[in-house]
Design a protein around this ligand. Structure first.
Ligand SMILES: *Cc1c(COP(=O)(O)O)cnc(C)c1O
Length: 376
């Protein structure tokens, strides 16, 4: 075999010269999604907090309505969706930005407000996207211990440094399901310098039943350094990739300067607007979830398992150790129930996150786990 060797003039082998990513990128561990089960299998996916009731029929109809016009660019600012959100939630559409999933908006917020030399603060078991988007800007992430799997306001405040620019708060949090009350969120905000952006990620807001919870819109209106981020993904439209955020007009202007000009697809905009107005469907999802979340928690708790109290559409079940969690994962998977392992992504090696699914799926999960506790 003949191999031609190109020797550049400076003597360095050309093989050694290559594009180099920005500082921080190679420190990132890529996001690990929940398993989906073998393709074509009848597995029930309880690993991604998707809606067990599908999407609003009105959203599906709206999505299909543009199938014959896919050659047309969407309206770039997602105006019809912002108007629908404004109407239903009582928000000025001018203070809303829509995104290709809330992930899109979280990335944009990081890119606009973080850079080399800065840091962002997050809670120990907070959503695993926050370290990724923080490090991608070259900023450092500060991780603060939790108490009882719940964000700790005093700890978060104590961790703030002169270089802190952002605090990421998922409320309720994924994968723990725990939340901070309105009073606690206000206490957190009150302890932050006004130049620190508090990002309240309310991905599970629709599922919260706790009476002392607030979506934080009042804070967004009162303060110049608070933004609320939401998603349609947990409400039946994960495939459409639609997120939205509310902030001050100044903040909205900043995000709009770098946002992709057509970042939200048209079928998705229409589907999300229809889903927003279909408040009956949202209420049904919420009721189904509250019922089966309570039921599953009760079933497992009364059979010697520990369930972290959840306000989301999932529960975090804690086993005596990692081996028991693995056994439970396998027993469920053998019966076609795929749940989320949270060891590698979150360091909760003895836990499994289980999405609230259909009645049949919940009865299946409870039965399998109860049988397992009896033999171990
Ligand atoms: C699922 C989730 C998101 C991301 O949702 P997308 O809109 O699908 O990007 C954001 N934050 C939290 C806490 C989540 O659990």
């Amino acid at each position: 075999m003949v191999r031609a060797v190109f020797q550049p003039r400076n003597g360095i082998m050309s093989d050694d010269i290559r594009p180099t990513p920005q500082p921080g990128i190679l420190d990132i561990t890529a996001y690990l999604p929940g398993k989906a089960g073998a393709a074509g299998s009848k597995a029930i996916k309880l690993s991604a907090n998707e809606s067990p009731l599908g999407a609003s029929p009105k959203a599906i109809e709206a999505f299909k309505s543009v199938a014959d016009h896919l050659e047309i660019y969407p309206e770039g600012s997602s105006r019809l969706l912002r108007v629908a959100l404004g109407e239903v939630h009582g928000i000025d559409p001018g203070t809303i930005v829509c995104g290709n999933g809330s992930d899109d908006l979280l990335h944009l917020l990081a890119q606009c407000y973080l850079g080399i030399g800065d840091d962002a603060v997050m809670s120990q078991y907070a959503f695993s996207v926050y370290p990724i988007i923080t490090k991608a800007t070259g900023a450092d992430i500060i991780i603060v211990d939790e108490v009882d799997y719940t964000a700790h306001v005093d700890g978060l405040l104590a961790a703030v440094t002169p270089r802190t620019k952002v605090v990421w708060l998922a409320n309720p949090n994924n994968p723990t399901g725990t939340y901070l009350s309105d009073a606690e969120v206000r206490r957190l905000h009150a302890g932050l310098r006004p130049d620190i952006l508090l990002v309240i990620d309310n991905a599970y807001a629709e599922y919260v039943t706790a009476e002392d919870f607030s979506i934080g819109l009042d804070l967004v209106r009162e303060a110049a350094n608070v933004v609320m981020v939401r998603t349609f993904s947990k409400m039946g439209l994960a495939a459409a990739r639609i997120g939205w955020m509310v902030g001050t007009p100044e903040l909205v202007d900043v995000i709009n300067r770098i946002r992709g000009p057509f970042n939200v697809n048209l079928p998705g905009q229409l589907a999300a607007a229809a889903a927003t107005r279909d408040v009956d469907f949202t209420a049904r999802l919420r009721e189904h979830n509250a019922h089966w979340r309570d039921w599953l928690t009760q079933e497992l708790t009364s059979n010697h398992m520990y369930v972290v109290p959840s306000q989301g559409n999932f529960v975090l079940v804690l086993f005596p150790d990692a081996d028991h969690a693995a056994m439970a994962f396998n027993a469920l998977a053998e019966r076609g129930l795929i749940v989320r392992e949270v060891g590698v992504s979150y360091g909760i090696h003895h836990g499994l996150r289980i999405s609230i699914g259909s009645e049949q799926a919940m009865i299946g999960v409870a039965g399998i786990l109860k049988a397992l506790v009896k033999i171990s």
